[in-house]
Design a protein around this ligand. Structure first.
Ligand code: HSE
Length: 291
């Protein structure tokens, strides 16, 4: 059995902890054979455990504690701690692993709820499971049936990822967010998000990107971790890209661009930071796949 889970980009600016898209970078899992103990064969570096303490196995065993240990191959093109949903992809793979090996028969709704409870917010795990563009909300105080989500087609357009060569942990990037927010500011911030989502549904990427750049919820507080964001905004303006936003908690920035501007935008991004990984990505429309 093989499992493939896409990378994800959460927030899309003002859709903080709610909106996300699935992208064409992937975590691959292959279950090889039963084994004495859990064994993960991977080349993802020493910080990724190769035994039952791997997040994927820990996740699977929460759902199905009696699973027979397996030898599993894991590979991934999703960079770690860059705001592209690498840990969400591992959680989602663990849920699917338990689902298949333990014959749990989980529905998509159940998978999204379990993954959201584990992650704390649905904006990475929901698109990783469903694919494409997902808008979700999570009421964490209720015990059951507490995630609502809608999948919709994300409009065609070029997507460029600017992936800096340094990690940023989500927990660190969440610590700088304010405890509270004035009612007036919240009304404005949510109105911007509403227009962003409506523009995406209408297929109006230029307007959606404009709203993405108007985020009030999180990007301004995270500036100190992502000094490149302001420079990339300027590049978007100068090169007439549609706009950019911080991918999840950062440090990656996604740029939305009309096709004819993409090459010059990518060149400007390279000039900004030669050490960053700059890649053109596409939307993954399917979400998690099992082969
Ligand atoms: N919505 C989350 C955040 C995504 O921005 O902190 C990253 O996990």
């Amino acid at each position: 059995m093989k499992i493939r889970v896409p990378a994800t980009s959460a927030n899309l600016g003002p859709g903080f902890d709610s909106c996300g898209i699935a992208l064409s970078l992937y975590l691959f899992i292959e279950v090889i054979e039963p084994s004495e103990q859990w064994e993960i064969i991977h080349d993802l570096g020493p910080e990724v455990p190769s035994d039952a303490t791997n997040l994927m196995i820990e996740t699977a065993l929460i759902l199905a504690p009696d699973l027979e240990p397996q030898k599993i191959k894991m590979s991934s093109s999703i960079p770690l701690a860059r705001g592209l949903g690498s840990s969400s992809s591992v959680i989602v793979a663990g849920i699917e692993l338990a689902n298949r090996l333990g014959q749990l028969n989980l529905s998509q709704q159940e998978k999204v709820e379990i993954a959201t409870r584990m992650e704390g917010h649905p904006d990475n795990v929901a698109p990783a499971i469903c694919g494409d563009f997902v808008v979700a909300c999570y009421f964490s105080e209720k015990k059951k049936d507490n995630v609502s989500f809608v999948k919709h087609y994300f409009p065609e357009g070029d997507i460029i990822a600017f992936i800096p060569n340094q990690e940023l942990l989500t927990v660190e990037s969440r610590e700088v967010l304010p405890e509270s927010f004035s009612y007036r500011d919240a009304v404005e911030a949510s109105a911007i998000a509403n227009v962003m989502i409506a523009a995406l549904i209408q297929g109006n990427l230029p307007l959606a990107a404009k709203m993405m750049q108007e985020d009030r919820w999180h990007e301004r507080y995270r500036q100190k971790f992502v000094p490149h964001l302001a420079s990339i905004r300027q590049i978007c303006k100068d090169q007439e890209a549609y706009g950019c936003f911080l991918s999840g908690a950062g440090p990656t920035v996604l740029i939305l661009s009309p096709e004819e501007k993409t090459a010059t935008v990518m060149q400007s991004l390279k000039n900004l930071d030669a050490t960053a990984r700059i890649e053109q990505l596409t939307i993954d429309r399917e979400g998690i796949q099992v082969f």
